[in-house]
Write a protein that binds this ligand. Structure first.
Ligand SMILES: Nc1ncnc2c1ncn2[C@@H]1O[C@H](COP(=O)(O)OP(=O)(O)OP(=O)(O)O)[C@@H](O)[C@H]1O
Ligand SMILES: [Mg+2]
Length: 410
């Protein structure tokens, strides 16, 4: 059966055929309830991509993120070892990928697949360990940051303070005095020792006291993401949003810098794709990405994510941004997407956002394509900038357990 390969241009298609692709779903032909599934749809993983995964609540975004990760793990070793995944889990739903999806045995059979667990490496913040264990979450390791790894700007950012307000000025003054490795208590005592501030010292002290409760501080211990074939899940579900953004920025910066360095070495040594020594090319998958890379304002993660969007191709970093609201995602990120997987969307402004970035699709009415999708979970349209084509698809069922299902009241 002929296959559809998305995310691959004609030249690569001639060169590689369907090698180095993952099986994400099947082509949907026909409209509405008359639709039927035809050819397999494969996604290129040999090249870096910027993928926007969108759709309204419960349409299948997180589920599809999991499909990408499962498929990357199932690749032949020589390809898999050149890749790795980093999932930013904002809802605490990816640890269940360790277990097989027994409840969808029948659906899986239709896809010629069996339930299967996947070896995701789940990291939770060190100071939140007891909460995760008492909730029965199967995590593998913890991560932590040392308070001295945060710059004055980082603290301003997570506290939501402006640099020119009194508290901001106090914080920056205190930081000028801090050297080497210092803890939160050192920061507090330096704040207290500043001259010329009144009650502001107490207010700022309270901010830092509250930060101790985030549960992310300890001796600096960040996950090793760039290991061949490794599937890393960073669970930030219990971490406040501003702090999540800072964590994402620190992890992504490290990953990007390491890959930039590795790329330089690869170019020097002209290492072939089959070489096992290569530092793998990461797929960074971010759920609820508009909270990290919003269209208005910025977060601690905005800068590094925009850098990946603009410069990530050369070092081979793929970004998958899942969001309910494409309109709320940074316009630069949307504009650079080479692939959009859009599950059901209803807001006109969101459909317009997709339309406006994919100028090449002016010939197609994206809104019409979306409205033609049958009322089934996991259906989507794919806009592929590499082939300048648009497809209706049904994403395949997950082999691993998906924890994101809606609860029922009875
Ligand atoms: N491809 C699919 N095949 C079968 N069922 C699916 C598929 N995609 C999604 N579903 C079903 O839809 C439910 C909701 O999907 P998911 O959790 O991915 O939604 P979401 O788009 O991430 O929603 P939210 O924006 O609320 O996070 C899943 O629990 C699953 O049962
Ligand atoms: Mg979701």
């Amino acid at each position: 059966m002929p296959e559809i390969v998305v995310g691959r241009d004609e030249e690569d298609l001639r060169k590689y055929g369907s090698e180095g692709t993952i099986y994400i779903g099947k082509h949907l032909v026909g409209t509405g309830e008359e639709s039927h599934l035809t050819t397999p749809v494969l996604l290129d993983v040999l090249r870096p991509h910027i993928i926007c995964l969108t759709g309204k609540r419960g349409a299948g975004k997180s589920f599809s993120l999991g499909v990408f990760v499962e498929e990357i793990h199932k690749l032949p070793e020589k390809v898999r070892n050149n890749l790795c995944c980093l999932i930013i889990d904002t809802q605490g739903i990816f640890w269940t990928m360790k277990s097989p999806n027994e409840k969808e045995l029948v659906l899986l059979k239709d896809w010629g697949m069996k339930p299967q667990g996947f070896p995701v490496n789940v990291y939770v913040p060190e100071g939140q360990e007891s909460i995760f264990s008492s909730a029965g979450v199967e995590y593998d390791s913890t991560f932590s940051l040392h308070p001295s790894e945060f710059s004055a700007e980082d603290w301003l950012n997570v506290f939501g303070l402006a640099a020119n307000e009194t508290l901001g000025i106090l914080l920056q003054r205190a930081f000028k005095k801090l050297k080497g490795k210092f803890g939160i208590d050192d920061i507090i005592s330096t704040v207290k020792s500043q001259e010329g501030f009144g009650t502001e010292k107490l207010s700022l002290e309270n901010y830092f006291e509250a930060a101790k409760l985030w549960g992310i501080f300890g001796d600096s211990k960040m996950p090793e993401v760039l290991e061949p074939g490794k599937l890393t899940v960073i669970d930030v579900s219990l971490t406040p949003q501003n702090v999540r953004a800072l964590l994402v920025s620190l992890v992504c910066e490290k990953v990007l810098e390491e890959r930039i360095l590795a790329r330089r070495q690869e170019e020097l040594a002209e290492i072939e794709l089959s070489s096992l020594k290569r530092i793998p090319m990461p797929w960074i998958l971010i759920d609820e990405a508009h909270n990290f890379l919003p269209s208005e304002g910025s977060t601690a993660a905005t800068e590094v994510l925009n850098r990946i969007v603009k410069e990530g191709r050369q070092p081979g970093v793929t970004l998958v941004l899942a969001t309910q609201r494409p309109e709320k995602l940074h316009p630069d990120a949307l504009a650079q997407c080479d692939l959009i997987v859009s599950h059901q969307l209803t807001a006109k402004s969101d459909i317009d956002a997709l339309r406006s970035i994919m100028q090449t699709y002016m010939l197609y009415d994206i809104g019409k394509y979306i409205s033609e999708l049958p009322k089934l979970k996991g259906v989507a349209i794919i806009l592929d900038d590499n082939s300048e084509r648009i497809y209706k698809v049904r994403m395949r069922t997950r082999q691993s357990w998906h924890a994101g299902a809606s609860p029922v009241a009875v």
